[in-house]
Design a protein around this ligand. Sequence first.
Ligand code: TYM
Length: 327
Amino acid sequence: KKRVFSGIQPTGNIHLGNYLGAIRNWVGAQDQYDNIFCIVDLHAITLPINAKELHQNTRKLAALYLACGLDTRYCNLFVQSHVHEHAEMSWIMNCYTPMGWLNRMTQFKTKADENPESVNTGLYCYPVLMACDILLYQTHYVPVGDDQRQHVEITRDIAQRFNSLYKKRVFTLPEAQIRDTGARIMSLENPSKKMSKSDPNPASRINLLDEPKVIKQKIARATTDSLRLVAFDPERPGITNLLTIYQMLTGQPEQEIEAEFAGKGYGDFKAALTDRLVATLEPIQRRYNEYINDMVSLEGILKQGADRVRPQATATLNRVKEVIGLG
Ligand code: TYM
């Protein structure tokens, strides 16, 4: 089976964009691949984060992975910092990554602009650590949302440069898996921005753990336009974003959805969308509560995940060291 690797930062509220752009796709294809899904806590410390919050978010994200349907029969779930090879490999690969490549990373520029008082070296080198996550496991596919496209590209560049420098196939070249629909869910408040964990306005996103009442309020407030026409239209990103979410939850084709709401207003559509969201999230929330209230089992799953993936990480790191003459 081909190897799949992906991860999410435990930096707060996991939202519908993370679900539709990433987790749901992981779950849907999990039996086809040899999967590794990581909770990337080393990435989470590139911006200021409270220690207790980081520790709790890490467990919460693990519980959410399971609640969304990731199955330990098909997937290894682990915490990045539990496998030291990520940090060690990251130092080595920093020394094989031209600064010019990192200067071009759009996500660094955005995050640096948003957090001018706390830009550290780790944030700058973030893509190298992400490349190491992927390369350590000889990954074939990286299922992610659209915002990670450039990070997977630089991973390929780093791998290719290293392989050709030493004329050896040390790294497998990974490919991004980005779906046509749902790879970029937009903010409910400002549909020209992506839905994001760090948006200061909580009404801009639906969190997977939002209560039905909150979901209803957020969808009711979601930005649309004055046209009152429920139709997919790139010129009208607000309603189109809501329709895309609805389409992903129902699996219906665009024309069928437009026909369903022909002659109806945004209110009717928003009510239907709210029902679908609640119906999708309620079972996830129920299972989440079971997992989060059984911390012993959760820690066990994470330890087992790390123990299972570590040999592959060690093998790749040792090979890298051998090739470059370290150790
Ligand atoms: P993160 O934690 O920002 O996001 C996790 C996943 O959710 C996707 N995503 C979205 N998809 C659709 N619409 C949105 N609005 C939206 N927002 C987020 C992201 O594309 C991602 O797939 N750097 C990564 C974490 C990472 C990683 C890795 C990923 C570290 N190492 C190795 C893959 C492989 C990140 O910050 O994702």
